[in-house]
Every structure is written in structure tokens, then in C-alpha cells.
Design a protein around this ligand. Sequence first.
Ligand code: NCD
Length: 305
Amino acid sequence: MLPFKSLTSSKQLTPEIIKQIFTVVDQMAVSIENKGRIDLLDDKVVALLFFEPSSRTMMSFQSAAQRLKAGMVFAQNASSTSFEKGESLEDLIRMVEAYSDIIIMRHAQQGSADIAAKTSKVPFINAGDGGNEHPTQALIDAYTIHKEIGRLDSLNLVFGFDSLQSRSIHSLSRLLSQYKNNRFTFTGPKELEPSESLLAELQSTGTECVIASEVNLHDGYDVAYVNRLQEERFENRALFEENRRKYRLNKPDVENSGCLILDPLPRIDEICTEVDELPNAVYFKQASYGVPVRMALLAMLLGKA
Ligand code: NCD
């Protein structure tokens, strides 16, 4: 059983809780392998509200719900709902909770997940609230690192290249800051460094945080977690255009570095396709873990695992 009803921030994901979740993720992975689909949630309905573009998150939640045999209700963009008519988020959630047993929502507004979780009588999962947090992605990322390296502490990590606006970077760094002896190096354009408040929060856990204009992955890094510049969140278009192709991993950067390369995807300009064939490029494997991780979360939040 999880000690919370809803998941809005990776700050809720302590090492103890993550250990429990990973045990269930491993069981889900085995059940996919052996049976494909299981009856665990055949008495439940999952609501999926995606008010910002999504491929992986939306489809892996759908696949997870299908593999658990849950029913689904679905709204894909604000213009297809009464948001367009001016309905408040609170009213929307009050309706959807009557149609479902758990609500998953992606929304462009930072803080929308907290409002929805507070309003909802049924469990709620934040699938990305603006540039703020994406806690289920952080779980997938952490699961990948754990599978590949066998630990989540004492890691030397690089984050790039838009630490200011990437909710995936925010959530993974918050999650990993709860483990001992991790060291974070943030790299990318100066204007896209992590906010002072995020840095202060991470440092308050004792995590060493460094800002570097450039890094060499051959210098003993364990993991590079890269994410595209978050084009849709730029107020200054020129800043995006100026930097979009400046930060890009190529084969010589990565080959024989011993550094795992993760990316929540979509990959735009931040990794050359020639990197894909290298054994330490694990971003597609990482994406595949979305299904068992989200199956585990759905089952646990609904008290079935
Ligand atoms: C991420 C997101 O939506 O924040 N994508 C995802 O969920 N896998 C990263 C991104 O869009 O760059």
C-alpha cells in the first residue's frame, strides 16, 4: 500500500516507497511476459485527461490500463471538453471522479496537478503539469538506472540541456536527491540553468550540485539525462532558435564513455541518431519500462497490489 492517495510530485517518492514500487514493477514485467494481460483491474475505470501533447505517456498509460483489463474514459485536448466553454478545473475533476476510479491528467498549467488532487475524491496521477513536474517519468527513469547500474545512490549525473523548463529533469533530480552521495552537474545554455529555488531544494538534501557550461562524458559520469529544449515553454523565441542545435550528443561524445544515456523523449536535437546503436544509449529501453511502471502505480493506488 502506498502512503498517499495521489501522486503529484516526485518528492513523495522516497527510497523506501520506490523499493516497494519496483518490486511490483518487476512482477508486472513478468506478467506482461507470461500472460500479456491480467484481470487485476477488471472492476475499475481509468480516466485519461491529456490537455497537452503526449505520445509515450498517454499510450503507455493506456497500454498499462489495457494490460490490467481496466475500462477507460478519455479526453484528449481542451477544445474537446467544456474547458473551451470556461469550465473550471475543479468542476471538471468533480465530474470525472464520478465516471472513473482513478484520474490521470496532463495539463499545461503549473500547479494544476495539486488543484486536481485536492479536488478529486478518487486517486489522481500527475502526468505532467506545465514545466513543473512529471513524477511517473521520474519513476521510469529511476527504474532504468536501477536496472542498468543496480543502485540509485553514489551516482555522478549530468542533466541537460534545459534544466529550467524540463519537468522531467525537475522530477528526476528531486527523486534522486533523496538518495545519498549523488552528484548533479547541470549543463546547457546559461539562460536555461535550473532555477535558484530548485538548486536550493536539491542542495538542502546534501546533494552536491554543479553548473558547467560544457561536460566531457568520459570524465567519470555514470548517467547523462538529456531532454530537448522545451520549445513550447520559451517566452523568448530567439533564445530557443539560438541554442536548439548547440547542445547535441554525438557518437564520439558517448562511445566508450561508460556513461549511460537517458532521455525521456521525444528526441529532437539533443542526441544524434548515430548514438542509438551504442550499448550505453538506453532511451528506447527506458521508454519501454513505461508500461510495467504505470501498471504498478495504477494497481498500487487502487489498492490491488
Ligand atoms: C516529456 C514531457 O512531456 O515532459 N515527455 C515524456 O513524457 N516522455 C519530455 C519532453 O516532452 O521533452
